[in-house]
Design a binder for this molecule. Structure first.
Ligand code: BEZ
Ligand code: FE
Length: 278
């Protein structure tokens, strides 16, 4: 793409106006945003009407957002930006458990549980799944006292915050690893489910011919003193949508086979490796 002298002049002029920004990181981000936005307009030869449609769309995204529904985050999710931010900002060294998106349904303050406890409050008859594993440091040493905060949807494809028929603490819990670094909990086998499509992000997916489905997963945030925490998922290897997850959250290393036991329940082992922070 060739930029004219006038376009170059405009960009330099705009960039110059930010030169007195006292915070160097703010300056770096603002300059990059302006450069990329100008390049976007140049590349697409954006018309005035298209620019206005974009403004209208973003206005709708803002108006749809409130303290319990952040449509800008959902838009960022379905454009793969959140996934990128998670990867770029993750402090974990190679060999540590990969990070993926947090999603909008994380609520701090999950009920504290003992290892082996169930997180099922509203039992809908879905097959049970036992999740267990060891939290280790990069050098392989098990970490006692690491915290494992877990949450997932019910079989009706909804998180308790989306669904008044569920107890607010259904399918979530806060576990602590034992002296050998082990954690374990009982839950239901997760299902694939759609991201919310009742707002502008849903209209965006429809207009671009995309489906809204996420591959079946369990969310975890694992933390330990002296280590970088990891926000991650366990994905069911037999789920649909592993290769087309609507928010680009799938990482190969997080896909696990859920083994079926003779009683019809499932079990999965998911070990976690954290990077020391000092
Ligand atoms: C989730 O996995 O909970 C989620 C992530 C991004 C958008 C919507 C839902
Ligand atoms: Fe989820």
């Amino acid at each position: 793409m060739v930029r004219t002298a006038a376009e170059d002049r405009l960009l330099s002029e705009v960039l110059r106006t930010f030169q007195n920004t006292p915070n160097p990181r703010l300056l770096e981000i603002v300059e990059a945003a302006v450069r990329h936005l100008h390049a976007f307009v140049d590349e697409t030869k954006l018309t005035h009407d298209e620019w206005m449609m974009g403004i209208d769309f973003l206005t709708k995204v803002g108006k749809f957002s409130d303290p319990t529904r952040q449509e800008f985050i959902l838009l960022s999710d379905v454009m793969g930006v959140s996934s990128r931010v998670e990867t770029v900002s993750y402090a974990g060294a190679p060999g540590s458990t990969e990070a993926t998106v947090l999603g909008p349904f994380y609520i701090p303050g999950s009920p504290k549980k003992q290892n082996g406890d169930s997180v099922i409050i509203n039992d809908d008859g879905t097959p049970r799944l036992r999740v267990s594993g060891v939290v280790r440091s990069l050098d392989g040493t098990p970490i006692p006292g690491a915290t494992v905060d877990v949450w997932q949807t019910a079989t009706n494809a909804m998180y308790p915050v989306q669904d008044e028929s569920q107890d607010p603490n259904n399918l979530r819990g806060y576990f602590t690893t034992d002296a050998n670094g082990r954690y374990e909990f009982i839950t239901t086998r997760p299902v694939a489910y759609p991201v919310p499509v009742d707002g502008p992000a849903g209209a965006f997916l429809k207009a671009t011919g995309r489906h809204p489905m996420r591959a079946a997963h369990i969310h975890l945030i694992v933390a330990a003193p002296g280590c970088y925490p990891v926000t991650t998922h366990i994905f069911d290897a037999e789920s649909d949508y592993l290769d087309s997850d609507a928010v680009f959250g799938v990482r190969d290393s997080l896909i696990k086979k859920f083994e079926k036991l003779p009683d019809g329940s499932y079990t999965v082992n998911f070990d976690i490796t954290l990077t020391p922070s000092k």
